[in-house]
Design a protein around this ligand. Structure first.
Ligand SMILES: [Fe+2]
Length: 303
């Protein structure tokens, strides 16, 4: 249908555009909208978090694409608890043992529970990341026996490409380590057993809605590699995963417990406080979120 068929003759498209948003900026294909025209630039805002976005985008030979479809779910909990949860490794062993046992089986016993080499990093502006040795198969590029010999050859090729393009050290980091990245305040890029992008919005103080997309390299579409990637995603994350329902239950339990704030007016996030080197189960990343949040709350909209 042409424009002439759509609008009356008296309507002139020129000069009738929607009002432009004040700031709409992109970094490596991630678009950010900001209604504050006086805000710092996106590059400055992302700062040291850019390296971790690079490490996701660079996994693709061509480009990273969003897989069709979105997971949408909700939790009767304050949204900030999911910001805390998304870079929290301390809870994984106790809250997700079923998944960890499944991975041990899927990897033929080569991946075992309790490997926690790595640590959390505060990236400034409230952003943070936990990077650690991946304790599961990664489509890029850590093979597990469940995927079979054909997949092994494919994944070895992907790994070789990463080594030739980025060097052995960075390739090892991209392929064999996982990252849970929080972009302050409510964007999570999980580069874990799959690559997912998660946002969550407060609907009320004790209720949030969550949206999750899966990213995949363009070259995987239509191939078994994408199926492996999505199986990895659904196994752990989302309403039918082995982890997300546990997390939601825990967040909602915490929300109910926080109703007793008059009797217990604080929540302890001191694990690893003052440590020279962060352990993955330390609460450094949670503290960096709350320190930034306190700045915004105490100074108004601009930190
Ligand atoms: Fe979890």
């Amino acid at each position: 249908m042409s424009e002439a068929d759509t609008y009356p003759e008296s309507f002139h498209a020129e000069g009738n555009d929607l009002v432009a948003v004040p700031r709409f900026e992109e970094y490596r294909g991630f678009w950010f909208l900001n209604f504050d025209s006086g805000a710092i630039s996106l590059e400055e805002f992302l700062g040291d978090a850019r390296e971790y976005i690079d490490m996701v985008v660079d996994q693709a030979e061509e480009e990273m694409c969003v897989v069709d479809g979105v997971q949408e779910y909700s939790a009767r909990a304050n949204w900030k608890m999911l910001s805390e949860n998304s870079t929290d490794v301390l809870h994984v062993e106790t809250l997700h043992p079923t998944y960890l046992d499944l991975i041990r089986t899927n990897s033929g016993g080569t991946i075992v529970r309790g490997k926690l080499n790595g640590g959390g990093v505060s990236l400034g502006n409230g952003h943070s990341v936990v990077e650690r040795e991946a304790t599961y198969g990664r489509p890029v590029a850590q093979w597990i026996s469940l995927w079979g010999e054909e997949a092994k050859a494919e994944i070895e090729q992907v790994y070789a490409r990463l080594v030739s393009k980025f060097g052995a050290e960075r390739a090892e980091r991209m392929a064999k380590r996982s990252r849970n990245l929080l972009i302050f305040p409510n964007l999570v890029i999980n580069d874990i057993m799959s690559v997912t992008v998660r946002t969550f919005q407060p609907i009320s103080p004790d209720y949030m809605e969550v949206s999750v997309w899966s990213l995949a390299p363009k070259e995987e579409f239509g191939k078994p590699a994408l199926e492996r990637r999505l199986t990895n995603f659904f196994e752990f994350l989302g309403p039918g995963g082995f982890a997300t329902p546990d997390d939601i239950e825990a967040l909602e339990s915490c929300q109910r417990a926080f109703a007793s704030w008059r009797e217990a007016p604080w929540n302890d996030l001191s694990k690893g406080f003052g440590a020279e080197k962060s352990h993955p189960t330390d609460e450094l990343t949670q503290r960096s979120f709350w320190i930034e949040w306190e700045k915004w709350i105490s100074r108004g909209s601009k930190p």
